[in-house]
Write a protein that binds this ligand. Structure first.
Ligand SMILES: [Zn+2]
Length: 280
């Protein structure tokens, strides 16, 4: 039967491919043991061919070695990743068994990404990050609810991610819906209502209402995050967490930082707790 023969032939090729992949992985792992700087040796050679020689410096600080650190380092990892995405020079993906085993022991995402569910806005791609690098929360219009707040709190408190990056995007359907007075229907109305205050601010600014609303919606989320969470405000006060905001251009692939680390919300020390008690 031709189909069976073809199937067996495919399996044979697959087996050979697996042997080659295993051999390559073993060779790569021996390199890793010999030299820690080559720890990004690719298990997937096809993806590795996209990497130019100029990326060797980036790989030493790139996603494969990403760990929770300071917010500035986390931000730089995202910016460098987006630059690779825009230029088409993706870092090699380490999808080896060893890497998966390492990931099975725990996760240490350097950044929490809060962005839209839009199918054209894939954080791991547009920031060129890999498994374990970023903790992602996606809702239409990057609006927040209790489930998304709980997710952010979990990553910030228990996984020690040092940066929250809010990412809005060009031509966001949820934001566009919020610029009209049309009833959205169902639970979509909740999403629209959450964005309305940003649209009201954008109207006062003039210009392209949707684009300005996208910006204001990002800023609104950045500004209101600490007030929605005692856990986040504590971490911000302790200088363990910062919040930045950006927009993503679907047409160019570029991330534009519209609220940098200098604009990260500040949470003041509680003064009442340090009041000396009166002697009785
Ligand atoms: Zn959107």
């Amino acid at each position: 039967m031709p189909s069976l023969n073809l199937h067996l032939k495919d399996n044979s090729i697959l087996t050979k491919y697996r042997i080659l992949t295993l051999a390559f992985a073993l060779a790569a792992s021996s390199l890793i043991v010999g030299c820690s700087k080559t720890a990004t040796a690719p298990a997937n050679a096809k993806l590795a061919t996209n990497t130019t020689s100029s990326d060797s410096s980036a790989s030493s600080s790139g996603h494969s070695e990403a760990k929770p650190g300071d917010p500035q380092s986390s931000l730089e990892l995202l910016i460098q990743g987006n630059e690779r995405y825009v230029s088409g020079s993706f870092q090699p993906r380490d999808l080896s068994k060893a890497k998966l085993e390492e990931l099975s022991k725990g996760q240490h995402p350097h950044t929490i990404i809060v962005t839209c569910s839009d199918s054209r806005v894939s954080p791991e791609l547009l920031f060129d990050q890999s498994q374990g690098d970023i903790f992602v929360i996606r809702t239409a219009g990057n609006v927040l609810d209790k489930a998304s707040m709980g997710s952010i709190e979990y990553a910030a408190e228990h996984l020690h991610s040092s940066l929250i990056m809010v990412v809005g995007h060009e031509k966001c359907g949820a934001v566009t819906a919020a610029t009209t007075d049309e009833p959205a229907g169902g639970n979509i109305q909740y999403v629209v209502n959450e964005i309305k205050p940003a649209v009201a601010k954008a109207r006062k600014l003039g210009g392209d209402l949707v684009a300005k609303s996208v910006d204001e919606n990002v800023k609104l989320v950045v500004e209101t995050l600490p007030g929605r969470s005692q856990i986040l405000s504590n971490l911000i006060r302790e200088n363990k967490l910062k919040i930045a905001g950006s927009t993503y251009s679907i047409s160019s692939g570029k991330i534009n930082i519209i609220s940098g680390l200098d604009e990260s919300p500040i949470v003041e020390e509680k003064k009442d707790e340090t009041k000396p008690q009166k002697k009785g």
